[in-house]
Design a protein around this ligand. Structure first.
Ligand SMILES: NC(=O)c1ccc[n+]([C@@H]2O[C@H](COP(=O)([O-])OP(=O)(O)OC[C@H]3O[C@@H](n4cnc5c(N)ncnc54)[C@H](OP(=O)(O)O)[C@@H]3O)[C@@H](O)[C@H]2O)c1
Length: 250
């Protein structure tokens, strides 16, 4: 079996690579930082690991990535590369937000479409799109990030249903964790009020559930309860709560 993972140079992407490597999967690791990818490769033994340097925010690099790997019989694609930013929408940087949309949405969209065509044709394969619990709601002070994760979640859900209706044996999942201890906070200049989950444990759980074909994967009991409880909270109360307690800029 073989998996392609974007954003495999740190955090959840790296840890999902380690989990799959231990299971004996060959790996194609993708990110921009070559040294960090090599470092991950060196931590994985007894399987074939290929590193590809690519900036997935660029359409042509996503297309090149697909062209380079389409004949490699990839069984699973994990669209994990992504980042956030914190601040009032009136004050945040437009260029950074457009790059976030390109990374968190456009790249996921392109790679899902390209690989899904092949997976559907051979009637097998797994797509794991890393969304977030941010995908369940709006996120004042992280408006763009939350909106990108809503897109990823809704896209994944819709494709899931189309595949089931057409009896196509391809499994698509959205991973929706709350805060996880990775480099995310540093990149986004954010500090969450809730302590983050352990990235290795989230990675283990995500892979286990994706291989079972679970549509929405929510690691941790607290976030499962929060998702359930959120259904009964009025929209505006939810917005006020998010604004006040969820995070602050560091
Ligand atoms: N940590 C959390 O609290 C949390 C919670 C829910 C969801 N998530 C999601 O989990 C995913 C992984 O984030 P993380 O928490 O593991 O953060 P992280 O440690 O900062 O890892 C982000 C990864 O994405 C890669 N990346 C970013 N932009 C890229 C680009 N343009 N092209 C290629 N690779 C790119 C980075 O690699 P390079 O810099 O080397 O390119 C890095 O490997 C993200 O989609 C994030 O939104 C995180």
């Amino acid at each position: 079996m073989k998996a392609l993972i974007t954003g495999a140079s740190s955090g959840l992407g790296k840890d999902m690579a380690l989990v799959l490597g231990k299971k004996g999967w060959d790996l194609i690791l993708v990110a921009r930082r070559a040294d960090r990818l090599e470092n991950v490769k060196n931590q994985i033994n007894n399987v074939n690991v290929q590193c590809i340097i690519a900036d997935v925010s660029k359409t042509e690099e996503c297309e090149k990535l697909y062209e380079r790997t389409k004949d490699e019989n990839v069984d699973m694609i994990i669209n994990n590369a992504g980042f956030g930013d914190c601040g009032k929408f009136l004050e945040t940087d437009l260029e950074r937000e457009l790059n976030m949309i390109d990374t968190n949405i456009k790249a996921v969209h392109i790679l899902t479409k390209l690989f899904l065509h092949d997976f559907a044709q051979r009637n097998s394969g797994y797509i794991l799109n890393v969304a977030s619990s941010a995908g369940f709601m709006a996120g004042p002070l992280m408006a763009t990030y939350y909106a990108t994760k809503n897109y990823v979640l809704r896209l994944t859900e819709a494709i899931y249903q189309e595949l089931r209706q057409d009896k196509i044996n391809v499994h698509i999942s959205a991973l929706c964790p709350g805060p996880v201890e990775t480099e995310f906070n540093q990149v986004a200049s954010v500090k969450f009020a809730i302590k983050g989950l352990d990235s290795c444990q989230v990675a283990e759980y995500a892979i286990e559930q994706a291989l079972k074909g679970k549509l929405i994967i929510v690691p941790g009991t607290a976030m499962k309860f929060a998702k359930f409880g959120g259904r009964f909270m009025p929209d505006k109360a939810m917005l006020r709560m998010c604004y006040k307690i969820q995070y602050h800029k560091v």
